[in-house]
Design a binder for this molecule. Structure first.
Ligand code: GDP
Length: 175
């Protein structure tokens, strides 16, 4: 039987420094870097054999730093199949950006928003006020998937990508 293909674009959004690049790097290379490199925007392409007859073309967009360009942000929102909205459990201020982005995604997509709310840096002390409280409230209000990760320790990073693929409705994307 012919090989089936699915193309999925995952978009990582969130304030600078929350660990978007680190999460993607942990997933792709199983590595972590303590140094913070400024990312303007990076697109990672990979092909995975997701099953005997299934090829997955995965595009992962790291949007760090493109927030000053609203047009760029809108383009990313229009093209994404699923969105990781990342904040840091250690940095309470980082949650506000998630809130703004979610509003923008819902507005642009007129409702249905395949979002995963990600509290990264779970290896560190929670900030005060604990941003996980805001995340729990948002999860209830938005009805979205919500999880915690540590790119540093590799905790739940594969789980994050699995959830993103679920949100992206992979079966519906098979050609
Ligand atoms: P981005 O701007 O969202 O892409 O953030 P980066 O991936 O560049 O990470 C910003 C800083 O946070 C870097 O110094 C990373 O080493 C650090 N960092 C990222 N993820 C984690 C994590 O899970 N735990 C800890 N302790 N530090 C992290």
């Amino acid at each position: 039987s012919p090989v089936r293909e699915a193309r999925v674009r995952l978009v990582f959004f969130g304030a600078a420094g929350v660990g978007k690049t680190a999460l993607i790097r942990r997933f792709l290379q199983d590595a972590f870097e303590a140094r913070h490199r400024r990312t303007v925007e990076e697109l990672h392409l990979l092909e995975l054999e997701a099953g005997p007859e299934l090829r997955l073309r995965l595009e992962i967009l790291d949007t760090s730093g493109s927030y000053s360009f609203p047009a760029m942000r809108r383009l990313c929102i229009g093209r994404g199949d699923a969105f990781a909205l990342v904040y840091s459990v250690h940095e309470p201020d980082s949650f506000a950006e998630v809130q703004r982005l979610r509003d923008e995604i819902v507005e642009a997509r007129r409702g249905a928003a395949p979002i995963v709310l990600v509290g990264n840096k779970s290896d560190l002390e929670p900030g005060r006020p604990d941003p996980r409280l805001a995340a729990a409230a948002a999860q209830r209000d938005w009805g979205c998937a919500c999880l915690e990760t540590s790119a540093k320790q590799g905790r739940n990073v594969v789980g994050l990508f699995q959830e993103l693929l679920r949100q992206a409705n992979l079966p519906g994307r098979l050609s």
